[in-house]
Ligand binder design. Structure first.
Ligand SMILES: NC(=O)c1ccc[n+]([C@@H]2O[C@H](COP(=O)([O-])OP(=O)(O)OC[C@H]3O[C@@H](n4cnc5c(N)ncnc54)[C@H](O)[C@@H]3O)[C@@H](O)[C@H]2O)c1
Length: 245
């Protein structure tokens, strides 16, 4: 499903964690709006399939690895000469109560969410500066804003993304770059992994009484990436049916 979109003809968009779920829907929406779209995911099969389905380019890369991130940006620049929109969406969960989380599960979550967002944005900055502008949209979470038992590693990473978003917004404004974040609440594999009784309880707490379709996240991202949103920077936009009110 696609949304009413802005026109991104001639723009190059990179979406991470785009083999499925929210990232794939974001990529699909940008394609429908005329952009050249690169989907990045460490699941090579998923990203190839998703790219074929929506007419994008699929690249297998791990956002937690600097060399792989830089290779993606180099490839995008060598293909299209530009990078207009970067969506840092890749994510994993390693949920457990704080006292049960291993070093590995702490480090992995930090490396993908916070580390991936940092690495990709850093690699994009020289190109944004050369072009005189750009858009970064990061993906945070209700957990990063308000906390959630069983997700202390994820909360730390997602809260880190909020601090990063605000700092990068201040640093990059002088180059015509905006940096914003969304806080989603969408029906994806990540949500499907929640036990049914907990999911029913969670749905009850959403004023809209439902999780969104991933395409509803894509609409918010397209707005933040548009020329029309040029004066909006450093914000966290909850796209969450009111759960964070
Ligand atoms: N679905 C929700 O309601 C919800 C709520 C809050 C936040 N989020 C955030 O939205 C983003 C997308 O979540 P989703 O629900 O679509 O999840 P998902 O699990 O369906 O998709 C995440 C994708 O990221 C990829 N990925 C994971 N680690 C990677 C890495 N190191 N390098 C490259 N790709 C990697 C996965 O392979 C997967 O395809 C995540 O950052 C998540 O934390 C989602």
């Amino acid at each position: 499903m696609t949304n009413l979109t802005f026109d991104f003809t001639g723009r190059t968009v990179v979406v991470t964690g785009a083999g499925r779920g929210v990232g794939k829907a974001i990529g699909e929406n940008f394609r429908a709006a005329g952009a050249t779209v690169y989907l990045v995911d460490f699941d090579a099969d998923a990203v190839e399939l998703a790219a074929k389905e929506i007419g994008a380019v699929g690249l297998a890369a791990d956002v937690a690895q600097t060399a792989e991130v830089e290779a993606v940006v180099e490839r995008v620049i060598s293909d299209t000469g530009r990078l207009d929109v970067l969506v840092n969406n890749a994510g994993i969960l390693r949920d457990a109560m704080l006292w049960k989380i291993s070093d590995d599960d702490y480090e992995a979550v930090m490396a993908v969410h916070a580390g991936g967002t940092f690495r990709f944005t850093r690699a994009a900055v020289p190109h944004f500066r050369r072009q005189g502008g750009g858009r970064v949209i990061n993906v945070t979470s209700f957990t990063g804003l308000h906390g959630n038992p069983g997700q202390s590693n994820y909360a730390m990473a997602k809260a880190g993304i909020i601090g990063f978003t605000k700092t990068a917004a201040k640093e990059l404004a002088r180059f015509g770059v905006t940096v914003n974040a969304i806080s989603p609440n969408a029906q994806t594999r990540m949500i499907e992994s929640i036990p049914a009784d907990k999911l029913a309880q969670l749905t009850e707490q959403i004023p809209m009484q439902r999780f969104a379709a991933p395409s509803e996240m894509a609409a918010a991202v397209a707005f933040l990436a548009s020329d029309e949103a040029a004066y909006i920077t450093g914000v966290v936009l909850p796209v969450d049916g009111g759960i964070s009110i």
